[in-house]
Design a binder for this molecule. Structure first.
Ligand code: UT7
Length: 330
């Protein structure tokens, strides 16, 4: 589905949880047959962050949520809804969002977790915008939080080089943009390719549970390079925008080659593209908010800028959102 609505909704703050522990390519190559040069050249990743053993995905979400509230300068009671995207929940329920709501004191908020793997954050943001535009909510917190290190097969060199842990949170608010303009959301999925990238939560076929991420890397690569261009073009067209209207493009951080081939074909100059995968690897639903946090801290996010954010992966699903950033400068 794709839709553009005239709206003054905008993002007013971002927070992040970036685990301290750095896992380098060299360390991974001590366990599986790979090396730093191969990983950098084929993926663009130099290192990734790993959560402490005693740190849960909810702990990371809470750190990011608290920081987002502080930077957006809002009271927790103003939050109407909390949506957390994750592909690595610690349990089915209570939801991460429920525990975040309790921790931060968002006592009037509804709370639900959403699972659309690497597209999860874009899906959650799309739903946040829909709730605001329908009049149901004024202020929504959207979180992407992952501990992918706990569902990674550290003996599979085709996947273990890619993933990392982290969380990011944003605050989306009605009336934050100076004027109404087209806010565009595309949410898509091709379930026929679902088992090119999957992770089980309960046993299948009476076999012991394999909780690790399994991926047909080449198939997902082909899907990603196609979708990144096609979805961006559709979103621009439906909103009546051109490439020049995008101040910052925030693509899913899975593989630098996918991003580079996409932005080249789209004609986006590289200085308008946010990259963090060299530092954080692929953090699935946390990729986009971690990029926003990085862009904000490094002064690249300025009030009024138009962002195009795109998540893609397991499903195989994708989500692309075009919305303004109205947070205060760092
Ligand atoms: O977040 C969800 C979205 N996910 C993605 O978008 C991931 C998409 N896929 C990818 O990024 C890439 O497919 C990978 C990075 C996973 C793999 O890169 P590739 O360039 O597609 O490698 P490949 O699977 O085609 O393998 C090429 C060669 C093979 O050797 P042979 O058969 O040519 O002798 C592999 O066995 O590279 C070998 N190989 C490795 N060598 C060193 C595969 N993994 C590694 C490794 N280190 N870690």
């Amino acid at each position: 589905m794709i839709g553009a609505t005239e709206s003054d909704v905008a993002i007013i703050g971002v927070g992040a949880a970036i685990p301290e522990r750095i896992l380098t390519n060299a360390e991974i190559s001590q366990r599986v047959e790979t090396d730093d040069a191969w990983i950098r050249e084929r993926t663009g990743i130099a290192e990734r962050r790993i959560a402490r053993d005693d740190q849960t995905v909810t702990d990371l979400a809470i750190i990011a949520a608290r920081q987002a509230i502080e930077r957006a300068d809002i009271a927790p009671a103003e939050i109407d809804l909390i949506l957390t995207a994750t592909a690595s929940p610690e349990r089915s329920f209570p939801s991460i969002s429920a525990l975040v709501a309790d921790d931060i004191g968002a006592h009037s908020a509804g709370a639900i977790d959403m699972l659309a793997a690497c597209a999860g954050f874009a899906y959650a943001l799309g739903h946040a915008i829909a709730q605001i535009n329908s009049g149901m909510a004024t202020t929504v917190m959207v979180i992407g939080a992952e501990v992918l290190s706990r569902i990674t097969d550290w003996d599979d060199r085709g996947t273990c080089i890619l993933f990392g842990d982290g969380a990011g949170a944003i605050i989306v608010r009605k009336g934050a943009a100076p004027t109404s303009e087209k806010v565009v959301v595309e949410l898509g999925v091709d379930g026929s390719k679902g088992f090119d990238l999957y992770g089980d939560l309960t046993p299948r076929n009476g076999e012991p549970l394999d909780k690790c991420i399994r991926m047909n890397g080449n198939a997902v690569y082909r899907f990603a390079t196609q979708v990144i261009v096609e979805s961006a073009k559709r979103v621009l067209e439906v909103g009546g925008y051109t490439q020049d209207d995008i101040d910052l493009f925030v693509p899913h951080q899975a593989n630098l080659r996918i991003i580079e081939s996409g932005v080249e074909r789209l004609g986006f100059p590289s200085e308008r593209v946010v990259i963090t995968l060299d530092k954080y690897g692929n953090t699935s639903s946390a990729s986009i908010p971690l990029c926003l946090d990085y862009a904000w801290r490094t002064g690249r996010l300025q009030p009024g800028q138009r962002l195009m954010m795109m998540g893609l992966g397991g499903g195989l699903a994708w989500g692309t959102v075009m919305i303004r950033w109205m947070g205060a400068p760092a």
